[in-house]
Design a protein around this ligand. Structure first.
Ligand code: 48F
Length: 261
C-alpha cells in the first residue's frame, strides 16, 4: 500500500477534534493526570460516567514515574497494594506491610486501565481558570495549550462544561488556588483559604488524606496531594497508596453527588 502523508495528518486532526468537541460537555472534568487523577477517572469511567482529564505535561503520571529522587520505584502499603493488584501492577513485598512497584509499570498500567475504562486524557493542555455559574457552583474549566503559556503567547482560552470538577493537581492545588484568587477565601476549609502542606510525615499524611478528600467548594472535589495541601496536612514522599485511595474516594464522592445522595 502506498502511504499518503495527508491522509495520516487528516486521520489525526479529524479524530482529535471530534474527541475534543465531545469533551466540551462532560459529567466530570479532572485536572491533572497524576496517580490520584487517573485513579479517580478510572473508577468514574467504570461506572459509565463521562470523564475527561486535562494534563499540562507531555507525559502522564505526575510525580509517579520519577519514583523517589529518580530511583524509579514506588512504595505502597497493604491498602494501596490492593488497588495496584486491581490495576494489574506487579508488587513485591520488601518488608511486612511495605510493597515495592516499578514506577513506570505503575504509571503506564494505571493510565492504560483508565483509558480502556472509557475516560479520555488530553495531555499538553493546562487549566487556567474555572467557570462559575448557578449560585457560585463550579460548572466547568477554562483551557489553553500548555505551549502557549511556555511561549508567553497572548492567546485566549477555550471552555468546557462539567457537572463536577476534581482538583488533582498535586502539591500546587491549582484549581483551589484559582478559586481563592478569583472569588476570595470561600473554600470549605477552616479559614476559607488554603492551609498549605506541612513537612514530610508519611504516616500522618497517608492517614489524613482520605478525610481531606472532600467537596471543597460546590462542584469541586479536591484529591491526592492537593487535598493534603489545601487542608494543611503533611506531604508523604514516594509512598503512593494514599494517592490511589484518595482518587478512588474522590470518585465515590462524585458518584454520591451525581446521584443526589
Ligand atoms: O503531582 P501529581 O502526581 O499529583 P497526585 O496525583 O500525586 C502526588 C504524588 O505524585 C507525589 C506525592 C506522593 O506521595 O506527594 O507528589 O496528587 O500529579 C498532578 C498532575 O497535575 C498536573 C501536573 O502536570 C501533574 O501531572 N497539573 C498541575 N496543574 C495543572 C495540571 C493545570 N493547571 N492544568 C493541567 N494539569
Amino acid at each position: 500500500m502506498e502511504l499518503d502523508d495527508i491522509t495520516i495528518s487528516r486521520a489525526i486532526t479529524e479524530s482529535f477534534l471530534k474527541d475534543f468537541s465531545d469533551a466540551m460537555e462532560v459529567d466530570v472534568a479532572i485536572v491533572g493526570a497524576g496517580p490520584a487523577g487517573m485513579t479517580a477517572a478510572y473508577y468514574l469511567a467504570e461506572e459509565g460516567i463521562k470523564t475527561v482529564i486535562f494534563e499540562r505535561q507531555l507525559k502522564v503520571g505526575g510525580g509517579m514515574p520519577g519514583g523517589g529522587m529518580m530511583f524509579n520505584r514506588i512504595v505502597v502499603q497493604e491498602e494501596g497494594k490492593k488497588l495496584l493488584d486491581k490495576f494489574g501492577v506487579a508488587t513485591k513485598e520488601y518488608q511486612k506491610g511495605y510493597y515495592l512497584a516499578d514506577s513506570l509499570e505503575a504509571t503506564s498500567t494505571i493510565c492504560s486501565n483508565t483509558i480502556k475504562a472509557g475516560a479520555r486524557i488530553f495531555n499538553l493542555i493546562s487549566v487556567e481558570d474555572v467557570m462559575i455559574r448557578e449560585e457560585d457552583r463550579i460548572t466547568g474549566l477554562v483551557l489553553n495549550w500548555s505551549a502557549t503559556t511556555m511561549a508567553g503567547l497572548h492567546v485566549d482560552p477555550l471552555t468546557i462544561r462539567s457537572k463536577m470538577v476534581i482538583d488533582a493537581t498535586g502539591h500546587a492545588s491549582e484549581v483551589c488556588h484559582i478559586v481563592v484568587n478569583k472569588i476570595g477565601a470561600n473554600l470549605r476549609t477552616e479559614t476559607g483559604g488554603i492551609a498549605g502542606e506541612k513537612p514530610m510525615w508519611a504516616n500522618v499524611a497517608e492517614s489524613l488524606i482520605m478525610d481531606n478528600t472532600r467537596e471543597v467548594y460546590p462542584g469541586l472535589i479536591v484529591a491526592g496531594m492537593a487535598a493534603n495541601a489545601v487542608y494543611g496536612a503533611p506531604r508523604m514522599g514516594p509512598i503512593f497508596g494514599g494517592m490511589l485511595l484518595s482518587g478512588k474516594r474522590a470518585a465515590e464522592l462524585v458518584l454520591d453527588i451525581l446521584s443526589g445522595k
